[in-house]
Each structure stands twice: as structure tokens, then as C-alpha cells.
Ligand binder design. Structure first.
Ligand SMILES: NC(=O)c1ccc[n+]([C@@H]2O[C@H](COP(=O)([O-])OP(=O)(O)OC[C@H]3O[C@@H](n4cnc5c(N)ncnc54)[C@H](OP(=O)(O)O)[C@@H]3O)[C@@H](O)[C@H]2O)c1
Length: 258
């Protein structure tokens, strides 16, 4: 496939929603793992199917990952398509779900703010009445100031009610509301496992695009974890839109059944 005729992967026009249209896409092994148990995920995509990620970064207004992916892969999340394939050099707003503002100042995202904006979404401050929490809050404020000085934007949203202190989950509906308020009409959720699971669990995926490699990993990092599904009627259901070979990988596009 030449760079000129890379196909669109999101509908045009987008369906009318009062939140961004959400596309989940990831590369996985045939047995559903997005990385080995040591965290190696480079490259489950074929050279051809790697373009899926690049097209989505070009065509969606924003791309979102969790802090786990930032720490594991240090991605830049920029569109690297050639000028012929991305003539207006469109770059997405890069969004990180990072409840406790742990994005390292030396991360590639922090070094590329001139190439496109980066938004860190953290948790609203929790009420505290002990000295240890107060010290943590001060450390967090110091980390935020460093990120702001590097040119990143920072906002806070509430956490989900079922969050545990060791793993704070940001409320995704509020995240989407805040993105929509700033004009984001389409959002590419790129990973990792915890974030993909949260979007599916909350029924917030409009389209899923799987980039499937013909290899088996066995025990690794599964793309999707517990969705709370106990019986088949509770499973999240999608309808197939297309299935194509992109090099040795199969790219499977599916839409949520409404
Ligand atoms: N093959 C692919 O296409 C692909 C793509 C991306 C990533 N990956 C792989 O995925 C792995 C990382 O996945 P991961 O599950 O460890 O991390 P992740 O999903 O990238 O990030 C999870 C973290 O995001 C924060 N978070 C905030 N709100 C959340 C919410 N509502 N739901 C879920 N998480 C929320 C939490 O941070 P706190 O714990 O601080 O609260 C959580 O621990 C890496 O190995 C990476 O290589 C593969």
C-alpha cells in the first residue's frame, strides 16, 4: 500500500455523540497478548500494519495511553507518516491518564511538546488529615510544577468509586467530557491493558481495531483483563466491519452494537 492511498479507519462524518468518538486499537498476538511477560511489545505489528497506529494518530483529534505504557515504552505518540501521507502534518493532542502525576520529566513526551501538545490527566486531590498524606501531596505538587515548566498541560478529574489507593482509576466519562469541552471529536485509545479494559468495561468503545500477529506468546500481558462478564449475554458485543491482511498481520475492524 503506497503512502498516498492509506485508507481512513474512522467513519466520516463521525456519528453525533455528546462525547468524543472512541476508537480502541492495539497490536496483539493470535492468543490476545499485547506484550510478553517481560513487557516486550516491539513489534507485534507487521511493517504494513504499523501504519494503522500512524493513520489513527493522524486522523483522530487525540491519542490516549495510561501511565503504565509511558513507563514501559516511553512513547512519543506522534504521527510519523511521510509529508505525502500527512501533508498538513496533523499531530494529535497526546493525553496521559496519570492519576498521581508520575510521568517522568525525562520521558520522550516531555521532550517533544514543541511538536504537539501533551495533556496529563490526574486525580482530584483526596481529602487527607495525616502528615504522610500531606507530604505526598507536596511531592505531587512539585512533580506537577516540573511538568508545567516543561510545557505540558495538567488537569484533574474525579476517580472511579471502586478505585483502590494503590491503583487509582480516573473516571472515564469525566475524562471524555473534559476532552469534548476542548473540541476533541475523536479519540484513539492506544493502551495499555488496564486502560483498554476500563474503556470496554464502561461500554465506551465505539470502534475496536485489532492488529493481529500470527504468533503465540502464551502467558504475557493480555490486551483485555476482567470485564466483569459472567454469562455470554453480558459480553461486550461488536459487529465486524472489515477483515484484511496488512502484510502478515490481520487487521480486524469492528463497531459496537448499540
Ligand atoms: N501491543 C500494543 O499495541 C500495546 C499498546 C500500548 C501498550 N502496550 C503494553 O501495555 C503495557 C502497559 O499496560 P498496563 O496495563 O501496565 O498500563 P496502562 O494501561 O498503560 O496504564 C495503567 C495505569 O493508568 C492509570 N489509570 C488512570 N485511570 C485509569 C483508568 N480509568 N483505568 C485504567 N488505568 C487508569 C493507572 O495508574 P496508577 O496505577 O498510577 O493509578 C493505571 O495503573 C506495556 O507492556 C506496553 O508495552 C502494548
Amino acid at each position: 500500500m503506497s503512502h498516498q492511498d492509506l485508507p481512513p479507519l474512522i467513519p466520516s462524518p463521525l456519528p453525533r455523540l455528546s462525547r468524543p468518538y472512541v476508537v480502541l486499537s492495539w497490536a496483539q498476538s493470535a492468543d490476545g497478548q499485547i506484550a510478553t511477560r517481560t513487557g516486550d511489545s516491539k513489534y507485534l505489528s507487521s511493517p504494513e500494519s504499523l501504519q494503522v497506529q500512524q493513520i489513527l494518530r493522524r486522523d483522530c483529534d487525540a491519542v490516549l495511553v495510561g501511565i503504565g505504557t509511558v513507563l514501559a515504552d516511553d512513547p512519543r505518540l506522534l504521527c510519523r507518516l511521510s509529508p505525502e501521507a500527512n501533508p498538513r502534518n496533523r499531530q494529535p493532542l497526546r493525553v496521559i491518564l496519570d492519576a498521581r502525576f508520575q510521568t517522568p520529566p525525562e520521558a520522550s513526551l516531555c521532550k517533544t511538546t514543541r511538536e504537539g501538545p501533551v495533556l496529563i490527566i490526574g486525580a482530584e486531590t483526596q481529602p487527607s488529615n495525616n502528615a504522610e498524606n500531606e507530604a505526598q501531596r507536596k511531592d505531587e505538587e512539585t512533580r506537577i510544577q516540573k511538568l508545567l515548566a516543561l510545557g505540558l498541560e495538567v488537569i484533574r478529574v474525579p476517580i472511579e468509586k471502586d478505585s483502590v489507593p494503590s491503583r487509582l482509576k480516573l473516571d472515564l466519562r469525566t475524562v471524555l467530557d473534559r476532552l469534548y469541552q476542548r473540541g476533541i471529536q475523536s479519540l484513539f485509545v492506544e493502551g495499555g491493558s488496564a486502560v483498554l479494559t476500563s474503556f470496554l468495561r464502561a461500554n465506551l468503545a465505539d470502534r475496536v481495531i485489532l492488529d493481529i500477529s500470527p504468533r503465540f506468546i502464551g502467558q504475557g500481558i493480555p490486551a483485555v483483563r476482567d470485564l466483569g462478564v459472567l454469562t455470554l449475554p453480558e459480553a461486550r458485543r461488536f459487529k465486524t466491519i472489515s477483515v484484511e491482511h496488512w502484510g502478515e498481520n490481520v487487521v480486524w475492524v469492528m463497531d459496537a452494537l448499540s
